[in-house]
Design a protein. Structure first.
Length: 336
């Protein structure tokens, strides 16, 4: 996850989006008659935090997943293989971009489709690349980071969600999981020398920017989307990300309410955070369906002290946090 906050969405027609959001809410209104007893009888798989933790370990074990590296290439094969193993129809979406030194790199978004014939679709997403520099560290700033939380955690939760999904039990709901590449190497840094190296890219969120304008399926739309970013750290706090609150308020409240209902109120905090430029923003802007960002940042609008440092290793990961996020997401899906 990048370190740039307080960005304003460009090119969004608020009126048009409100119309879309209203229609989406109207579609859902018919389910408001479902009773608590009926909800309690809905089958929801049990999220396995040990399994999710192993998915974090496996990604970190490749080394920093910096685009263009051997670790990045090996992790690509691993993620594709896992989604395929869990029953998804997998597509690799290739694209390229140049860094500020003019060097061209090839990137890959990994898309896993479950229950492809279902018209009603839910998009789940995370980024799988890691930062090329530890620019917020006090030492070894020019070296890449493990990205255990900022990169691997969101992917790990979604891999476990994918493992638990049984297509036949989804009913009329389809799930699309996208692992976005090239999210975390934008050119903002406190280290001018690293910026001047040219190895960073002009923008963050390159993978989601590309997919939002070139979706894997023409005219793709989803009922809503959920982005996971930095969702594995100990004592994580998920405040309301403000683009999510503005453009997907019903989904935001719904997810937070389910999290609290399941006993995870220490993670899902009913308090405003900040607007954060993340992978959901291009999707809101170009695909025009509501999407929220579950992301860990504190009341002071700062990320953990591990962020973009070498502290972002396996030691920061908590099975309890992975469980809270994963079980909440699974429950949201199966209650559709």
């Amino acid at each position: 996850m990048n370190n740039k906050i307080f960005y304003y969405l460009r090119g969004i027609s608020l009126l048009a989006f409100i119309i879309i959001l209203t229609n989406s809410c109207d579609t859902k209104s018919g389910s408001s008659e479902v009773t608590r007893e009926e909800i309690s009888n809905i089958y929801v798989p049990e999220f396995n935090s040990d399994s999710a933790f192993s998915f974090v370990e496996n990604q970190v074990g490749f080394g920093p997943r910096v685009p263009g590296s051997e670790a990045h290439a090996r992790c690509l094969e691993y993620l594709d293989g896992k989604l395929t193993e869990f029953g998804a129809k997998v597509t690799r979406q290739k694209f390229s971009a140049s860094n500020n030194a003019g060097e061209s790199f090839s990137f890959t978004n990994i898309i896993g489709v479950f229950n492809p014939n279902a018209q009603k679709r839910i998009l789940l997403a995370a980024h799988w690349d890691t930062r090329i520099f530890a620019d917020k560290d006090s030492t070894r700033q020019a070296e890449p980071i493990d990205g255990a939380n900022d990169g691997a955690s969101g992917v790990a939760v979604l891999l476990e969600v994918a493992r638990q999904i049984v297509a036949d039990s989804l009913g009329n709901v389809g799930v699309d999981i996208i692992f976005f590449d090239a999210e975390d190497n934008g050119a903002a840094s406190q280290n001018l020398q690293l910026i001047e190296s040219g190895k960073l890219f002009p923008n963050w969120c390159l993978g989601s920017r590309y997919w939002a304008q070139n979706p894997h399926k023409p005219n793709y739309s989803a009922y809503y989307g959920i982005l996971l970013d930095m969702v594995g750290a100990k004592n994580a706090k998920f405040h309301y990300e403000l683009y999510s609150k503005e453009y997907a308020p019903r989904i935001l409240r719904h997810v937070w309410n389910i999290g609290k209902e399941l006993g995870y109120s220490q993670f899902f905090i009913d308090r405003d955070g900040a607007p954060i430029e993340d992978d959901h923003v291009p999707i809101i802007e170009h695909r025009r369906f509501p999407m929220i960002d579950i992301i860990d940042f504190d009341q002071n609008l700062t990320f953990g002290d591990y962020h973009h440092t070498h502290k972002d290793n396996i030691d920061v990961i908590s099975k309890e946090t992975l469980k809270a996020v994963g079980q909440t997401v699974l429950t949201v899906i199966y209650r559709e």
